[in-house]
Design a protein. Structure first.
Length: 190
């Protein structure tokens, strides 16, 4: 089957859970209120695309290229981002539910996660240098051997980051958020 090229297209309220998104290259396209949950987005190429209000829960994104792609108000529970194509990878997340997603071992410098829910999200061995996390909720998120150098957690919530097993040079936290660095010691701060 020949791959197709789509440019400057908008896909609205499409259901790709039963019928797969046609394989191809999507450049400067918008996907609005589309359903991809449990579906297949593997081996696709998205360049300068936006996904708004889409449900991508447990979608297969293996070998997919995401170059300058923004997800806004999307449900992305359980996505395995480490399976996507790392070449030219550039992602932005605004108001998304990324719970139980995995970014294990990925290189994501300067990535913006804004107003996102990231409960039980795995950031093990992830390079998040200079990442920004305004108003993100990290309840039970996993940070292990994660590079958070110069990342900004000043308005992040519910994180539990062990400084002894993560790289935190010049990482920014609010005074109120410092308790998230001390949880492993089981101390009481009043």
């Amino acid at each position: 089957m020949a791959e197709t090229f789509w440019n400057d297209q908008e896909f609205t309220k499409q259901d790709y859970t039963q019928q797969k998104l046609p394989k191809g290259d999507y450049e400067n396209c918008r996907f609005v209120d589309c359903l991809f949950s449990e579906g297949y987005l593997d081996n696709q190429n998205f360049i300068d695309c936006t996904f708004v209000g889409c449900d991508l829960t447990n979608a297969n994104i293996a070998h997919t290229t995401f170059n300058e792609v923004t997800f806004t108000d999307c449900k992305m529970v359980g996505l395995q981002f480490e399976t996507c194509n790392p070449l030219l990878l550039s992602l932005h997340f605004i108001g998304c539910n990324l719970s139980v997603a995995s970014f294990h071992g990925m290189d994501l410098p300067r990535t913006l996660f804004e107003d996102c829910k990231m409960h039980q999200t795995d950031f093990t061995e992830t390079q998040l240098k200079e990442g920004k996390f305004p108003n993100c909720d990290f309840e039970n998120a996993i940070f292990d051997q994660t590079n958070l150098e110069r990342a900004d957690f000043t308005s992040a919530l519910n994180f539990n980051i062990d400084p002894s097993i993560n790289h935190l040079k010049k990482t920014r936290f609010s005074k109120e958020g410092l308790i998230g660095l001390l949880k492993k010691y089981d101390i009481v701060v009043t």
